[in-house]
Design a protein around this ligand. Structure first.
Ligand SMILES: Cc1ncc(COP(=O)(O)O)c(C=O)c1O
Length: 367
């Protein structure tokens, strides 16, 4: 089976982890600090605050910005649930703006329609590794005095008009879950230009401590371990190669998929570097699930990112949080992610294309 995702771990990561284990410093320590410095430098911002996951990074970023009960945060419903859940954790309400059908990212025009006097922030997601259209989003944020928190969980190393994701808003959050473009096992990181916001996140990350045993507010234990940071330091060195590989795999798939009827290859905006966390096609005429099964039966793993909008999840229905996002609901029924990770061989890529061609002849073309 060709897997949809695969962490890429070499002897280098293993050696660095062993060194940490032998050092006696295995919780948050010098490796986390080094990882934060290197990650901030990579993104081109002043500060990075490493966390236990992408979700805790989002939670801390929102709290650091002062988001609280009765506030509203505008985001996309076409994302992993953690995007919306992080807003719920603060007591604020997620408000959903629909996506652009081509990029699957939040539609700036739809943001304006849902702004109220309770809106405090916009949280765009750079879905599948393609940056959201940040210029109009920034303009709206400036006009309405709103914070921007980038959910960059899927977009390490992506560029918007030559600027790195993670440097496009007030704060940004990445995930290092094993399926992501780089991993630390579990882990996340916040990036920001603001010393004040980074300090707030650091305090909240560790029990609200301004210094050891001085607790100035209610905080958490959302720390990263030095074991995870040791993996992250090696992975960060390899990230550009990983992304190059993903982009080449995507180009190969697109060249062939564009000759196949019934499926649409991913659209890439002008002036962006899409880093293909996922390579997601659109399958027309209600045939997505049939194609998914066919690929699975023929050795090609796939994923549906995502089968429902966030507001269609039971949790949100129980909380009476709804949305009116027809493009997102339509996409949820049509998208299918194919393997694109750097572990794919040329033979794997050929197999994926051949199975798609067979599917096209067998049932994608028929009306
Ligand atoms: C868009 C998005 N936001 C947030 C998260 C949460 O990250 P984590 O799984 O590291 O908590 C993920 C990944 O899982 C994600 O894809």
């Amino acid at each position: 089976m060709i897997s949809i995702a695969q962490p890429n771990i070499t002897e280098d990561e293993i050696e660095e982890v062993v060194k940490v284990l032998k050092s006696g410093f295995i919780a948050q320590g010098p490796k986390v600090a080094e990882f934060e410095d290197k990650f901030a430098e990579y993104v081109g911002v002043e500060h990075a605050v490493a966390t236990s996951s992408g979700t805790t990074a989002l939670h801390l970023a929102l709290l650091s910005l002062g988001i609280e009960k009765d506030d509203e945060v505008i985001t996309t419903p076409f994302s992993f649930a953690a995007t919306g859940n992080s807003i719920l954790f603060t007591g604020a309400s997620p408000v959903f703006a629909d996506i652009e059908s081509k990029t699957y990212n939040i539609d700036p025009q739809k943001i304006e329609e849902v702004i109220t006097d309770k809106t405090k922030a916009i949280m765009p997601v750079h879905l599948y590794g393609q940056p959201a259209d940040m210029d109009p989003i920034k303009k709206i944020a400036e006009e309405h005095n709103l914070w921007i928190i980038e959910d960059a969980a899927q977009a390490h190393g992506a560029l918007y008009h030559d600027q790195m994701t993670g440097s496009l808003g007030d704060m940004a959050c990445f995930s290092f879950y094993p399926t992501k473009n780089m991993t630390t096992g579990e882990g996340g990181i916040i990036t920001t230009e603001s010393e004040e916001l980074a300090d707030a996140a650091r305090i909240l990350r560790s029990h609200g401590e301004s210094e050891r045993y001085t607790h100035i507010r209610l905080g958490y234990n959302f720390r990263m371990t030095d074991i995870a940071a040791a993996i992250g330091l090696v992975q960060l060195e390899r990230l550009d190669d990983f992304n190059k590989n993903r982009i080449e795999n995507a180009e190969y798939l697109t060249t062939h998929i564009d000759t196949i009827e019934g499926i649409e290859s991913p659209f890439v905006m002008d002036q962006v570097k899409h880093v293909f966390h996922q390579y997601t096609i659109r399958v027309k005429d209600g045939k997505r699930d049939r194609l998914k099964d066919y690929l699975g039966e023929n050795g090609v793993g796939t994923g549906v990112h995502y089968p429902k909008t966030i507001y269609q999840q039971k949790l949100y229905q129980d909380l009476d949080i709804s949305g009116d996002c027809p493009q997102s609901e339509k996409a949820a029924g049509e998208v299918l992610s194919l393997p694109v990770h750097p572990g794919l061989t040329p033979e794997d890529l050929e197999t994926i294309v051949n199975v798609l061609m067979e599917a096209s002849e067998s049932f994608l073309m028929e009306r």
